[in-house]
Write a protein that binds this ligand. Structure first.
Ligand code: SAM
Length: 220
């Protein structure tokens, strides 16, 4: 759950749902959502609507700015000769046509091959490489653990996952105000490797204080 949104709703309503009106939601968060039965449900729906609004209309990208986790990945990934690559939260799908056998999924960007979140992506396919570049980054620790777990599930044995993560730095644009950026750090990266039986191949500082790291799936 997005704690910023939940705290705002709670402070405004004091648990009286009648105070969560359409004009209040629009004025405060810049989105509209259907009527909900609980504050938590409102919080989840508003969070999803804020992410959708920001990533479909306001966020823009420059793949060239990343030292390790942008265009440098094209040769790195192709060098692994992957039979299938999944780009989770592919944004504008910029690796399409550059990285072999890649599928881009993204719930909020219509340039994706499939407009779906990582948790809702249904397939029996396993991927030799999974990219999670700035996309497993939003919401609570539990949500992050669930999303990494889902990626591990989609990864073939001995497959490789490349990550770019944010240590909790808010994006500048006002439309990103209600997005909760998870504060990634190195101990958490290592802890996840232990939880999911992954080998940490690399951890580096990338541009803009982002962390770049690489996991390999051990045989199960
Ligand atoms: C900071 S952008 C990075 C985009 C691209 N990977 C890149 O490196 O330029 C984060 C992307 O993650 C997507 N995203 C957000 N939540 C997601 C989720 N639950 N599953 C998959 N993608 C998600 C957003 O729509 C957005 O396109």
């Amino acid at each position: 759950m997005n704690k910023k949104i939940f705290a705002q709703l709670l402070a405004h309503s004091q648990n009286d749902l009648a105070k969560i009106t359409d004009p209040y939601i629009q004025e405060t968060f810049g989105v509209t959502v259907k009527r909900c039965e609980t504050l938590e449900e409102y919080s989840n729906k508003i969070d999803n609507a804020c992410l959708h609004r920001y990533f479909s209309k306001y966020w823009d990208n420059d793949m060239k700015k990343w030292k390790y986790s942008g265009v440098a990945l094209i040769d790195e990934v192709n060098g692994l000769k992957p039979r299938a690559v999944l780009d989770v939260g592919c944004g504008y799908n910029e690796f399409k046509g550059k990285i072999d056998n890649i599928i881009g999924i993204d719930p909020y960007n219509d340039r994706a091959d499939l407009e779906v979140s990582v948790m809702d992506y249904k397939t029996d396919q396993k991927f030799d490489v999974i990219l999670c570049l700035g996309s497993v980054n939003f919401g609570s620790r539990d949500k992050i653990i669930a999303e990494v777990g889902r990626c591990v599930n989609l990864l073939a044995d001995h497959g490789t996952m490349f990550f770019r993560v944010n240590p909790g730095i808010q994006h500048d644009k006002p439309e990103a105000r209600w997005i909760e950026f998870f504060s990634w750090n190195v101990p958490f990266i290592i802890q996840l490797a232990e939880i999911f039986n992954l080998q940490v191949l690399d951890i580096r500082d990338d541009t803009n204080s982002r962390k770049y790291f690489v996991y390999r799936k051990k045989s199960q």
